[in-house]
Structures are given as C-alpha cells and as structure tokens.
Design a protein around this ligand. Structure first.
Ligand code: ZN
Length: 292
C-alpha cells in the first residue's frame, strides 16, 4: 500500500478532486446546485486538507451528520481542541470537559461515586478515545484482538487530577471515566471516510462499493468491512499529530483484489491501525496505483 500522510496541523489546501456530477454515496446524478462539497477528512480534523468538490447530496449529508458530528464532538472533540484543531465556528470550540470520578478499593472495585468535575480544556489531561477491534470479518484473519475502547492519555496529567480529587474528597484511590466511545458510530465514520477517500482518488464509478449501506445507516454490520490490522504500518520517524491514510489492493486472502484503506490517527502514540475494505475495483487499478 502506498501511504498518504496528512499533517492535521498543516491546514494546507491539498489538491481538490473535481465534482463527479453525482453523489458518491447514493450515486444519484444531480445538478451542481444540489450537491455539496465533501470534506473527505472532516473539517474539524483537518480543515480543508482534502475536499471532493460537489460530491454529496443533502439527503446523504443528513444521514452522515447523524454519526459524524457525534464522533467529532464527543469522542475526538476534546482531544482535537487540546491540540488546537480547526473549528468552523469559534463558538463551537470545546472549552471544557466533564470528567466523572469514582472512589475505588485496592482491587479497583467501585466504592462510591465522587461525581463529575468540569475542567477547563487547557487544564484537562490529554486524552484520546478511539476504538480497537479485530480485523474486518471479510478478511477471515486469525489475529485475535479485543473489541473495546482504546484510550491514550498522558499519565502524569491524569495522576495530577486524581490527586486533586483525592485531596478534595478524602478518597484513598480515585479513578476517572475517560469518556465513552460509540463503536458503531466511530466505525461508520471510518467507513465513510475510507469510501470518500477512494471515490476522490479513483472516481465513484471505478469500484463496486461495499460500504454504502453502512454509511447511510441502512446496515449495522460494520465489522464485516471495518476493523484493525495491527502492525500494518510502522513509521517510527513520523511527527506527532498526523493522520496516515492510504489506499491499496489486497493481494491475498478471501477478499483478494478488493480495495482497502488504511487509516491511523496519530501513529506516534501507537493508536489502532484501522483497515477498511471499501469495494471491488471495476477498472484496472495497476493504471491508478501501479505499486499497490
Ligand atoms: Zn446521496
């Protein structure tokens, strides 16, 4: 797979894919005024880094908003605000985070609820919540991997906050809830991003799509095509705060020939490497990306 790297902090306008004259999700052919510009990587994550001009209809846009906004705001929002990500409107910027604390015993069993604290964003510990899962089922891989939230946090910052709550409440051991992740919404967001990326790169008619029912909330079976492939890429020298995304063709296994997208936020913190199986090519991909 060839890797495209996006530095989320660059805010540069990358080349814009021209309008395909249709919606890339429902494939309806529409006049330009009924299509909107699609941010392949959501604006909240990467500003105008990769825009597919006039490529999404308002009906599909509405379906996507149902989960994408949730993921960006409730799951990645605090982290992105802390690393100063772009937001369209200043008033939408997250200014504080709510963290729930409990007292626990030596075995980490809950003793009592210590309630929530609202922490200004600049004093909140750096925490990012993603989801890790087994490889997409269509790959029939034997790699075992838990299906659960994946959290990164800066330990010293979390410890400092826990200490403060211990002092305030007299509790011996304090644990904090690091936010919650909605698995299906997060994986739908990955499916949508991967599908849009491939559509922008090779055109919406160059492949038979696997993900449109998932993207448009008509199927909840996200795990068939969306999962992780640990160790798929190792780039030790990459700077922090980047997104790596690439497209390639599977060469082995039951889904051989299919197009896959690799997606990893902040590889430097060893976050889950997602691999999304997007569709079957309908054109000779050797002409599009010969080294895949
Ligand atoms: Zn549409």
């Amino acid at each position: 797979m060839r890797v495209d790297e996006f530095d989320l902090e660059q805010r540069e306008k990358a080349p814009i894919a021209p309008s395909p004259g249709k919606c890339i999700y429902c494939y309806e052919i529409l006049p330009p005024e009924e299509l909107t510009d699609e941010h392949v990587i959501p604006y909240a994550l990467a500003a105008d880094t990769l825009i597919f001009e006039k490529s999404c209809c308002t009906v599909c846009q509405k379906e996507i908003t149902r989960y994408e906004q949730n993921v960006l705001r409730h799951q990645l929002g605090a982290f992105r605000a802390q690393v100063d990500a772009p937001t369209r409107k200043k008033k939408d910027r997250i200014r504080e985070v709510v963290i729930h604390f409990i007292e626990v015993d030596d075995e980490a069993n809950k003793i009592r609820d210590l309630g929530e604290r609202t922490i200004p964003i600049e004093r909140a510990p750096l925490i990012i919540n993603l989801w890790q899962s087994p490889p997409a089922r269509i790959l029939e891989e034997t790699v075992s991997r838990p299906d659960q939230p994946w959290t990164y946090f800066v330990e010293s910052e979390v410890n400092a906050l826990n200490k403060q709550v211990r002092e305030e409440t007299g509790a011996n051991h304090v644990a904090m809830s690091l936010g919650n992740v909605n698995k299906v919404k997060y994986q739908r967001f990955l499916a949508k991003t991967a599908h849009a990326f491939v559509s922008a790169k090779i055109g919406p008619d160059a492949f038979e799509p696997f993900l449109t029912d998932i993207i448009l909330n008509r199927s909840d079976d996200v795990g068939l095509y969306v999962g992780d492939m640990p160790g798929v890429h190792e780039f030790a020298e990459n700077p922090e705060n980047t997104l790596q995304m690439s497209m390639g063709r599977l060469t082995t296994g039951p889904a051989a020939g299919s197009i896959a997208v690799y997606f990893q936020l902040y590889p430097s913190i060893k976050s889950p490497a997602h691999v999304i199986i997007v569709g079957k090519p309908l054109v000779d991909l050797d002409l599009v990306f010969p080294e895949a």
